[in-house]
Design a protein around this ligand. Structure first.
Ligand code: BMA
Length: 328
């Protein structure tokens, strides 16, 4: 089945060669429209070159990248100008790194959701900013939770986020992780948590699923991408042996008034790894959407990390995307 979504001929739209400071893997970006331009925050893993990394892994050593978050801006959402230095980074005795930024403008203010690796587990964070220079972290979850994305407006008087906790004991299968939702009155305290979509309901997932880009509002419901893992039998091209997880982009529609209710889902992956920059890289076969913009004319821009190495763009028509969604 050919789905009505078109990859940008300029892909990858952002990669390490575009970055004016140390950069190796530039991917899993969040994107929003703010004050008349597009703003992208991207993950930058750096500090080790490809050959050095491959050689260390082949010797059985584990080499970690350093990670920061950089900024790029754009007038058209396609061609990007990268800021001179990283804008967001977390590291101390406890915190190893912050990564996978997701951006939502809510009540005119940019909000950043991010993942954080710590010595005591993976946490999901929420930060607010007024200038993309200073970020105030207002909330950090208990472990293990991440992939948080905020809806662009309050629903029923509360802020709402999708998230992906990792229940290792209770789900009966390795990495059977699902999409959840929580609400907050102030972005700090989160509760009323409930299940949105179990991994077993996604026909093309054989492993975990999780939120991807922050949802966009349409007359028929909240349109949301998600990521889904499909295990494969042979190693995929990667900078290390043993990589056997394909990451696919999924599409679902959530109820406008109660977004914990799934109205429908696209039964096929919206995007599966196809092009060289999606199939080959640090971890080949990975597509991970992090940004979605609905333009006034109905065009939807979907930004996604490819192969954990570069950032790509695909576009589709809103009506075509809505037509793909079938009742659950
Ligand atoms: C997930 C996260 C993502 C990454 C993906 C594929 O667990 O770490 O940041 O893109 O794996 O490696």
């Amino acid at each position: 089945m050919t789905l009505p979504i078109t990859r940008s001929p300029l892909n990858p739209i952002l990669s390490a060669k575009d970055i004016p400071y140390d950069a190796t893997l530039v991917f899993n970006a969040g994107v929003c429209k703010w004050q008349g331009r597009y703003v992208m925050l991207f993950r930058n893993d750096h500090g080790i070159a490809e050959e050095e990394y491959r050689a260390a892994r082949a010797r059985g050593e584990v080499k970690g990248f350093s990670t920061n978050v950089g900024i790029a801006t754009s007038a058209d959402g396609v061609r990007w100008k990268v800021g001179p230095k990283p804008v967001f980074q977390m590291r101390d005795d406890e915190v190893l790194r912050a990564y996978d930024p997701r951006l939502t403008v809510v009540e005119g203010r940019p909000v950043l959701c991010f993942a954080m690796d710590t010595r005591h587990g993976l946490r999901g964070g929420v930060a607010v900013t007024d200038d993309f220079e200073r970020f105030e972290v207002v909330s950090l979850s208990v472990p293990d939770n991440r992939n948080m994305v905020l809806f662009p407006e309050k629903i029923g008087g509360r802020y709402v986020r999708l998230e992906r906790p990792m229940p290792v004991y209770s789900r009966g299968a390795k990495e059977a992780f699902d999409i959840w939702l929580s609400e907050s009155s102030d972005l700090r305290f989160w509760g009323e948590s409930r299940l949105v979509l179990g991994a077993e309901r996604v026909p093309f997932a054989t492993g975990k699923i999780g939120p991807a880009a922050p949802p966009v509002k349409t007359p028929r419901g909240w349109l949301a991408t998600f990521h889904a893992v499909r295990y494969v039998d042979a190693d995929l091209p990667a900078w290390h042996a043993g990589w056997r997880k394909e990451y696919l982009a999924g599409l679902m529609l959530l109820d406008l008034d109660d977004p914990s209710k799934v109205v429908g889902i696209c039964r096929e992956p919206l995007l599966a790894p196809e092009t060289p920059c999606e199939k080959e890289g640090f971890r080949g076969g990975v597509i991970f959407p992090g940004g979605m913009i609905l333009e006034d004319g109905g065009e939807v821009k979907i930004y996604y990390g490819a192969a954990d190495t570069v950032e790509c763009l695909a576009t589709a028509d809103l009506s075509d995307l809505l037509a793909l969604v079938e009742p659950m």
